[in-house]
Design a protein around this ligand. Structure first.
Ligand code: NAD
Length: 346
């Protein structure tokens, strides 16, 4: 029996996502997703918002990240398992779904492991374009795992970075990252210590994975005027920066209700002042105000960024063959005759 046309859901597999990314270009796609995120952050108040819903275990975390603008609804399923790489598995994998609020029918199902790397890099560089020093040319990239190349290319495309200084506790990760960035228009310097990596950097990105209160950066390592893009501290009990750095920085966040649970600021008092990025983007709040200010983007990843990425993909695949129609909704001709549909299939 043929499923009805209206019940078929476009599905973007990992393979098709990679084809689409190659078709558009990595930097172009990051830039385009960033534009969609910026548009959606500027209409922040039209979204339903909630901190993501985590299921913690000693092994890692599995999270659901839902939001809606009243017309479309989206969610992402994502895990965070820092121990996975030692078993040959990814720390972060994800898939996501978009639905029509009017009918409740899904309108897109897609892989989101690749897409999360793109949207995270897009968000970081978008925020960087508001907060980083305008003359920034050099970024320290600490943590050279799955997200790292995407981060480097995003800051090149959107913030004018021409040099990246790489550091990872695992030299193999640095070697992999440096090799992947060859020929991508960046000067790449592999460093042996985090101190060496941040030497002369105008932007410091920390993107490490460890389920603990880590101190990737200590206070004496951070000079005036830098922008810190802290990606890896995104779970209760999982942070990257020494508390003293937070106290010297102006802190910018996505959604405070979630960041206070998961971000670097879990180390601070609950009422420590932070600025929401949507307010900076709409001009309600100030971003960087002087050359010596340390700006810190305490990134945890918020559902609206995934919603933006999902809507971008839905548009991008329209009229292409970068998806397969998926028969995932039972949709009988007579809506109340679900049982009849089952019997006819027998
Ligand atoms: P990954 O496991 O592929 O890479 C992490 C790297 O960090 C590894 O190479 C590891 O050797 C290195 N590392 C661990 N401790 C270190 C230390 N003390 N100093 C230097 N390097 C160290 O993980 P990934 O997929 O690249 O993700 C990195 C982090 O970013 C994870 O914690 C993940 O949860 C987080 N993340 C955040 C967002 C967001 O929106 N904020 C999105 C995606 C991933």
């Amino acid at each position: 029996m043929q499923p009805s046309e209206k019940a078929l859901v476009p599905f973007v597999s990992v393979d098709n996502m990679m084809r689409l990314i190659h078709h558009v270009g990595v930097e172009q796609m990051i830039t385009q997703i960033a534009a969609q995120i910026e548009t959606d952050f500027k209409r922040w108040e039209s979204f339903d918002k909630t901190p993501r819903i985590p299921a913690h275990s000693p092994h890692g975390v599995i999270e659901l990240m839902p939001t809606s603008d009243g017309e479309a609804y989206g969610f992402k399923y994502v895990n965070g398992h820092p121990k996975n790489t030692s078993e040959g598995l990814q720390t972060v994998t994800a898939f996501g779904l978009l639905a029509d609020v009017y009918t409740g029918y899904p309108t897109l199902l897609t892989e989101m492991t690749m897409l999360t790397a793109l949207r995270t890099a897009a968000t970081s560089a978008l925020v960087g374009s508001y907060l980083a020093p305008k003359s920034a040319t050099t970024m320290a990239m600490i943590g050279n795992g799955a997200q790292s190349e995407f981060q480097c290319l995003a800051f090149k495309a959107m913030c004018g970075i021409n040099t990246v200084r790489l550091y990872d506790t695992d030299p193999n990760a640095t070697e992999k990252c440096a090799a992947n960035l060859q020929g991508k228009g960046l000067r790449v310097i592999a460093c042996k210590t985090p101190e060496d990596a941040i030497e002369g950097a105008h932007i410091i990105t920390t993107c490490t994975a460890d389920k603990k209160y880590a101190t990737i950066l200590t206070d004496n390592m951070v000079g005036p005027g830098v922008h810190i893009n802290a990606i890896g501290g995104d779970c209760p009990g999982k942070t990257e920066l020494h508390r003293d750095i937070l106290l010297r920085s102006d802190i910018f966040v996505e959604y405070p209700e979630q960041t206070r649970i998961e971000g670097e600021i879990q180390a601070l008092e609950a009422d420590h002042p932070v600025t929401e990025m949507w307010e900076v983007m709409t001009g309600k709040a100030k971003g960087r105000t002087d050359d010596r200010q340390i700006t810190l983007f305490d990134s945890v990843g918020f559902a609206i960024e995934d919603f933006s990425a999902l809507r971008y993909i839905k548009r991008a695949i329209d009229g292409t063959d970068f998806f397969e129609p998926l028969d995932m909704l039972a949709d009988p001709d007579d809506p109340r005759d679900l049982f009849g549909m089952l019997m006819r299939a027998g």
